[in-house]
Design a protein around this ligand. Structure first.
Ligand code: HEM
Length: 438
């Protein structure tokens, strides 16, 4: 970790939040006016913060499901908007690369200014390296491990729900989505409980595509991410010579695949797990409250028949799609259903649109808690990079719905909310709700 500067772990940065920094940045750098923008440049963050993304995607799916945008906010790229071609691209990882050296996994270009700063993560690696590193963390997500964590997650979820005020307005994102997600990650990593909100703070700074492109915030972002690195280095050092414990950090340290992983890779993969497990689960939990509030008849169906909960979990993940896209880069020329993709082209897989593909999901804009193919959603991706934490996320959302049902808790959004301003993470910054009994 020679490249990490001296960090004072007793005085870690906790403000501004990534959101606040970005808001200020947008005041200095206003986005392109709607009237001047290419309507199919769906990388514009305001389409998501203003909830205007459905129309352009529906048009593309109907008329040109695979199309090329030139001169978009993040340069030239191919939009892939329907179900089948996304699966097809993901099934060809030797042609469509995830590797950071070719461009990585988001529509924004990676920051190549300082190669020391690039943390290697297996989500942004191709085979064969990806395979070995994924194997290091996969054992933490087996059904046996999930069973082991279930009681603790259930207890924690119950405590959070029991602390909520009834008949009073409060922010569901802050009190439930963030609280439960950081709690789950703290359990998974054996992360100090009192510091768990740092996980949200860091994840927001690390995972925001728009922030990673805001040049004058680069230094600030780096500093915060170095602090995160230093914190995890300390945790690692504390555990490296200790007896193995069941948390993920210790599991990775003692894994046989660790022998092939250098410290930067170890750190990169930890960060990947934090970011990967953070915004995603958080925004699905917000989707639980907001989405069911949009479809009260479906909510009632679920309240009357809790056996539908596991299916509803899949349906809410489909409907919310907390990561709107993943990106690939073509390593060779390729004919993709009649479209000539050229070597080096950026190919953006819009899960948010594929999960609205009416040929696969009729009445796709609606939550239907007993939809018979809800499980087919692409929100976790597909193929060799399919989300390694999917089981954990599903379990958490299922437990949340089960514990809400036990308490006959109905969550009523008041209509006041603020969405994330981003084309990658899709969700809510704030969501005001009031609870009632059913
Ligand atoms: C990969 C979504 C929860 C860790 C991914 C991918 C997506 C995704 C779209 C990329 C798939 C691809 O490229 O084909 C989600 C969603 C979640 C969620 C929607 C919650 C609802 C989690 C959790 C963790 C996690 C809880 C861990 C704590 C990862 C990791 C990868 C990944 C490590 C990289 C896998 C690889 O490259 O092999 N996730 N995720 N995710 N996710 Fe998740």
């Amino acid at each position: 970790m020679a490249s990490v500067p001296q960090i004072d772990l007793d005085n870690l940065t906790t403000s501004p939040t990534a959101d606040e920094a970005l808001e200020e940045w947008y005041k200095r750098n206003p986005p392109v006016a709607d009237s001047e923008a290419n309507p199919w440049d769906v990388s514009r963050a305001e389409l998501y913060s203003k909830d205007l993304w459905r129309k352009p995607f529906a048009e593309m799916r109907a008329t040109a499901p695979i199309n090329k945008v030139e001169g978009g906010v993040h340069g030239d790229f191919w939009n892939i908007t329907t179900y089948k071609p996304i699966q097809h691209v993901e099934a060809l990882p030797d042609i469509y690369s995830s590797d950071v050296s070719h461009g990585g996994i988001t529509i924004a270009e990676p920051d190549f200014d300082d190669s020391d700063f690039q943390l290697p993560m297996f989500i942004a690696m191709d085979r064969p390296k990806h395979t070995g590193q994924r194997r290091t963390v996969a054992p933490a997500f087996t059904p046996t491990e999930m069973k082991r964590m279930e009681d603790e997650i259930r207890q924690r979820t119950g405590e959070v729900l029991d602390s909520l005020p009834w008949g009073e307005k409060f922010d569901w994102v802050d009190k439930v989505s963030i609280e439960l997600t950081t709690g789950m990650l703290a359990i998974l990593f054996g992360f100090p409980w009192e510091d768990r909100r740092l996980l949200t703070y860091w994840s927001d700074w690390a995972g925001d595509v728009e922030l990673s492109c805001a040049e004058d915030l680069t230094e600030q972002r780096r500093h915060i991410l170095y602090e995160m690195g230093a914190y995890f280095t300390k945790l690692w050092n504390e555990r490296v010579d200790a007896e193995p414990t069941p948390d993920l950090i210790s599991m990775m340290i003692h894994s046989e695949h660790m022998r092939d992983m250098d410290p930067m890779e170890f750190m990169g993969n930890l960060v990947l797990l934090i970011v990967g497990g953070n915004d995603t689960t958080r925004n699905t939990m917000s989707g639980v409250a907001y989405g069911l509030g949009q479809f009260p008849e479906e909510r009632e169906k679920l309240q009357q028949n809790p056996d539908l909960i596991p299916n509803a979990v899949q349906e809410i993940i489909r409907w919310q799609t907390p990561l709107a896209h993943m990106r690939r880069t073509a390593l060779e020329d390729h004919d993709l259903f009649g479209n000539q993709i050229k070597k080096g082209d950026k190919v953006v897989l819009w899960y948010i649109s594929a999960n609205r593909d009416e040929e696969v999901f009729p009445e796709a804009d609606k939550i239907i808690v007993d939809r018979d193919n809800a499980r087919r959603h692409l929100a976790f991706g597909y193929g060799i990079h399919r989300c390694v934490g999917a089981r954990l996320a599903e379990m958490q959302i299922r437990i949340l719905l089960e514990e809400m049902h036990k308490r006959r808790m109905q969550v009523n959004p008041t209509g006041k909310h603020r969405r994330v301003h981003a084309c990658f993470v899709h969700g809510f910054r704030e969501l005001e709700v009031e609870l009632s009994k059913y």
